[in-house]
Ligand binder design. Structure first.
Ligand code: NAD
Length: 298
């Protein structure tokens, strides 16, 4: 097996001005991709704008002879998504890879969470992935090739205190992927989701200092590059990734229990009496679609 290369491929990386996204952009460019380095240059909570982060990554890529162009648009609107894709088309003529990485935090416990805290986190983390993917999809479909990566979080997959907004947005991406994998399948468009853990400005005061140091952001790059490559045909999967740990994680469905034949009334007491079977994950499996779950209903 040879080196994974991206010659002739055009990649959009959102939120690529800093943190993990910057490293994706650099490595994709080193391996031959032309990269749209998108970043609005905001602060951790999404406020403010600055062209410097995206521009400096573009300069860095060009300094080693790589191909890159900057986009300073926000992913948070459909207009922004269209503009980011337009930049790819105008600069490099096409799009092959979309790495939806832009993300922000506005952590509050639920009683302190304002509508603004809720909305901005959905707009960037969840709608942002829709808006860029939506704009790129017709091109990917037309060329019958596409690699889409979404950035979720263990906060959404498993839960974390004080992040109802962020956790909901990040888990929303799993639903987005579960539907999109079906829409992309016949066009060779894959969509996978990662849940990274890495030292960055998002985590510097969230993670214990010892762990923060161990969690090099570089460790996330190889997974995302493989998922973005032509070689990787898998779609609809979720991966944990941190400090050299790579693991698939999934939503599973257990066989549970069938009470009655579906034709008679069932009492809450029968549910109570079957509770250990209902809550058991024994023989749970990953389902490929909603339709697959119908087999349990009979
Ligand atoms: P980071 O803050 O270093 O980088 C995120 C970048 O996204 C920033 O440069 C920011 O300017 C940009 N951005 C924010 N809003 C944007 C918008 N509307 N449009 C375009 N760009 C925008 O954070 P990071 O740790 O590198 O995070 C990257 C992704 O990984 C995020 O989606 C984050 O939620 C996710 N994530 C990170 C961790 C971690 O441990 N670092 C854990 C779970 C998930």
């Amino acid at each position: 097996m040879g080196e994974i290369r991206f010659d002739g491929k055009v990649a959009i990386v959102t939120g690529a001005g800093r943190g993990i996204g910057r490293l994706y952009a650099l490595e994709l460019a080193r391996r031959g991709a032309a990269v749209v380095v998108n970043d609005l240059g905001g602060s951790r909570d999404g406020s403010g704008r600055d062209t410097a982060p995206a521009q400096s990554v573009v300069d860095e890529i060009r300094s080693f002879g790589g191909k890159a162009t900057a986009s300073f648009e926000s992913v948070a609107t459909l207009e922004g998504g269209e503009s980011i894709v337009k930049t790819a088309l105008e600069s490099f003529g096409t799009v092959d890879i979309v790495i939806n990485n832009a993300g922000i935090l506005a952590d509050r416990t639920i009683l302190k969470m304002s509508e603004k805290d809720w909305d901005i986190v959905q707009d960037v983390n969840l709608k942002g992935s829709f808006s860029v993917t939506r704009a790129a999809f017709p091109i990917l479909r037309e060329k019958k090739f596409g690699r889409i990566v979404l950035t979720s979080s263990g906060s959404g997959l498993y839960g974390n205190f004080g992040q109802t907004n962020y956790a909901a947005a990040k888990m929303g991406l799993v639903g987005f992927m579960n539907a999109l994998k079906h829409e992309g399948a016949k066009y060779n468009i894959t969509c996978n989701t990662i849940a990274p853990l890495a030292g960055s400005r998002l985590t510097e005061d969230v993670l214990p200092p010892d762990l923060y140091k161990k969690l090099r952001a570089e460790a996330i790059v190889p997974l995302v590059l493989y998922l973005s490559s032509e070689e990787c045909k898998d779609s609809g999967m979720i991966f944990n990734c941190a400090a050299g740990w790579f693991s698939r994680t999934a939503m599973v469905c257990a066989p549970g229990v069938k009470i009655g034949e579906g034709m008679r009334d069932i009492s809450p007491e029968e549910v109570r009496d079957s509770w250990s079977k209902i809550t058991s994950l024994e023989n749970a499996e990953v389902l490929g679609s909603l339709v697959e779950s119908f087999k349990f209903i009979g």
